[in-house]
Design a protein around this ligand. Structure first.
Ligand code: ADP
Ligand code: MG
Length: 240
């Protein structure tokens, strides 16, 4: 959980006007339903519903912070182009032409809670071992496909769901924090993250198994090559 200040009332009003303007200009809709579903240091994140269509819209927490949205949008386009099953589909980067309302980006709304929420709403303990595996498998696959790793792998940036009693493949948000790196970065950022990624230390063999599968199934390595590439992980855990 990352604690950040609430959005100011002025910002919420600006966001609302801006989202309505976007809906009119680009979706041709007057009747949109806007729900604030999250906010971080840089932006407010809204679920916007128009008819049966659900969108995720992000707006800068201040006019100055709007400029980061384009960077976010560019990063999302690159991630989605190469690893579409792990990211939401980007729709638009929109700039309002009147009233200094600023900019927004829109993308597919993924109907899955983040891990913060899933942990509040379910008895999550029995899934921690699976989570260690899934983080290895899914972040490993994202890395194989994009060359990028999650530099902020906390619970708010991971969307997860339990289907038939099992943790389904993960999805990831906050595209701007996926940085170019190497396999060492993928492992280091998760294993040194702290409390919220403790399961990858406790079940380090599961995290490693997931990574190894990604190397073999997506990266085209054979088992021996994958083991050799991941040998450095003994640095992080004596159980490996
Ligand atoms: N495409 C999406 N679909 C559904 N929920 C999302 C989506 N993107 C983000 N969220 C939710 O919004 C929250 C904040 O989004 P995020 O991109 O992490 O922004 P930041 O951390 O910069 O505020 C996430 O923790 C997640 O719950
Ligand atoms: Mg985030």
């Amino acid at each position: 959980m990352v604690l950040v200040p609430e959005l100011t009332a002025e910002e919420k009003t600006r966001h609302n006007h801006l989202i309505h303007q976007y809906a009119r200009d680009e979706l041709g809709r007057e009747d949109v339903n806007i729900d604030l579903i999250g906010y971080g240091v840089h932006k407010g994140v809204y679920k916007v519903c128009s008819g049966s269509r659900g969108l995720l819209v992000a707006v800068g927490a201040s006019r100055e912070l709007d400029r980061l949205l384009l960077e976010d949008y560019v990063a999302l386009n690159e991630l989605y182009a190469n690893a579409p099953s792990f990211f939401s589909k980007p729709y638009a980067h929109y700039t309002a032409h009147t009233n200094n309302l600023g900019e927004l980006i829109s993308m597919e709304y993924i109907d899955m809670p983040d891990l913060d929420k899933l942990k509040r709403e379910t008895i999550f303990g029995p899934h921690l071992k699976d989570l260690a595996y899934r983080l290895g498998r899914d972040l490993g696959e994202v890395f194989m496909l994009t060359g990028r790793y999650s530099s902020e792998p906390h619970d708010g940036n991971v969307l997860a769901s339990i289907r038939d009693g099992k943790l389904a493949p993960l999805k990831f948000c906050d595209p701007i924090q996926f940085l170019p790196g190497d396999l060492d970065d993928v492992v280091r950022s998760v294993m040194t993250y702290g409390d919220e990624r403790r399961e990858c230390i406790s079940f380090a063999h599961k995290f490693k198994q997931g990574l190894s599968e990604a190397l073999v199934e997506v990266g085209g390595r054979n088992q021996t090559e994958a083991s050799a590439e991941l040998a450095f992980m003994t640095r992080y855990s004596s159980i490996l």
